[in-house]
Write a protein that binds this ligand. Structure first.
Ligand SMILES: Cc1cc2nc3c(=O)[nH]c(=O)nc-3n(C[C@H](O)[C@H](O)[C@H](O)COP(=O)(O)OP(=O)(O)OC[C@H]3O[C@@H](n4cnc5c(N)ncnc54)[C@H](O)[C@@H]3O)c2cc1C
Length: 369
């Protein structure tokens, strides 16, 4: 049977970033991906935003990894010619009544170490975004956009250049821990690993269950986020990234406007629990609902200015019956010490991937040295 130092389950942005970090130090690093291509899960079904790190509770992994990941992602994109742009963003308070929430967000951002924030009034908003309606707004200079597809490919390319093996059509179906190692059975064959890393995104709870790990108690609830696109003739209504204040339910950052690298404008994502982790398209949100939500920020936007776009599914740890934000879970499995579990890697996972990979590198060092 083939022997590996490391097997990573899942070639999303997180699995590929981890493969890049670990293959710089160890030989025989394998990534097993169920799909025919890398990055077909949440990693290319998102807003493509390099977040600044202002929303998340201070001290959480989300806050730390996002702030560090923001810096690392820009550095990586520059060094490897990954299409990206440091656009900055506006978070808009629609009315003076939203002022305290905006101030609290600004304070949280400062505590998280997000630099360079400022507040602008209505005129300041209009100077940046002439079609946006709002009372005042936070300007966040470190936010940007990236081609998520090119980013995943670039992490995978560096990993492969360093000797990692990325195997597609390799759905992991059975896992057994035997004598300190993990035997991995996938559609591509069997392999024994000294260190197994669960980076299976939406399916990480099912991978934990295959291992018989108590960590399978962390259920993943799929929350779909849908997008619309502004028709080409209306794309000039928006210049950069414009967000409302985040929803108090903790489900999402709110339906926002994103000018993409190719000049189109995305409106979304919405947030709705779905029953099936593969249900991207059933019962799509009506375009009229997007138009109604967006009107607060862009009063002149009509349903006729929108077409349906793609959708993605968030890997939420919070069940539909509860409210709140769960942190990323990234830890060595207490019951199966050869395993590192990553669960609930929802937003800002794209931004955080390189910082998450640094943490996983530290844990892998304990296992492999
Ligand atoms: C709508 C939406 C918008 C978002 N916007 C942003 C944003 O703007 N900025 C940001 O920073 N983050 C954003 N995110 C979050 C970000 O996209 C995710 O955190 C990130 O992509 C997670 O990457 P991943 O590699 O963990 O998961 P995935 O990309 O889902 O990868 C997991 C991989 O594991 C594979 N897999 C699963 N089970 C198995 C198995 N048994 N065997 C083999 N392979 C398996 C899957 O096929 C998949 O390819 C957004 C997410 C969504 C859904």
């Amino acid at each position: 049977m083939e022997q590996a130092n490391v097997v990573i389950i899942g070639a999303g942005v997180v699995g590929c970033a981890i493969a890049r970090a670990l293959s710089a130090r160890w030989e025989d690093v394998f990534v097993l991906e169920a799909m025919p291509k890398i990055g077909m899960g949440a990693s290319t079904r998102n807003s493509g935003v390099i977040h600044a790190g202002l929303y998340y509770p201070t001290g959480s992994l989300k806050a730390k990894h996002c702030v560090r990941g923001n810096i690392l992602t820009y550095e990586f994109c520059k060094a490897h010619n990954v299409p990206h742009r440091n656009t900055g963003k506006l978070i808009v308070a629609a009315t003076p009544a939203e002022g305290p929430k905006l101030t609290a967000l600004m304070e949280n951002a400062r505590k998280n170490g997000v630099e360079g924030l400022s507040i602008v009034d209505r005129a300041g908003i209009r100077a940046r975004e002439p079609h946006i309606e709002g009372d005042h707004a936070i300007v966040v200079p470190s936010t940007g956009i990236v081609s998520s597809e090119e980013l995943v490919k670039a992490y995978a390319r560096v990993a492969t250049d360093q000797g990692a093996h990325i195997v597609t059509h390799a759905k992991v179906e059975k896992l057994q821990h035997i004598g300190g190692k993990v035997r991995v059975s996938s559609a591509a064959g069997e392999i024994e690993a000294r260190c197994l890393i669960n980076a299976a995104g939406l399916f990480a709870d099912e991978v934990a269950a295959m291992l018989g790990s108590p960590m399978a108690k962390h259920k993943i609830y799929p929350v779909r986020g849908e997008y619309c696109e502004l028709v080409r003739a209306k794309a000039d209504l928006i210049r950069g990234l414009v967000y409302p204040l985040p929803h108090s339910d903790g489900l999402s950052l709110g339906v926002h406007l994103t000018k993409t690298l190719w000049g189109t404008v995305l409106l979304g994502p919405t947030a709705r629990y779905v029953a099936d982790k593969n249900d991207y398209e059933r019962d799509r949100e009506p375009i009229e609902d997007f138009a109604r939500d967006a009107k607060t920020m862009v009063p002149e936007l009509q349903a006729a200015d929108l077409v349906l776009g793609y959708s993605g599914i968030r890997a939420k740890l919070v069940p539909p019956t509860e409210h709140g934000i769960a942190d990323f879970i990234i830890q060595r499995d207490a019951d199966i010490p050869a395993v590192i579990q990553l669960m609930g890697i929802e937003s800002p996972g794209l931004t955080s991937a390189l910082a998450i990979a640094e943490q996983v590198f530290q844990i892998a060092t304990e296992i492999l040295n």
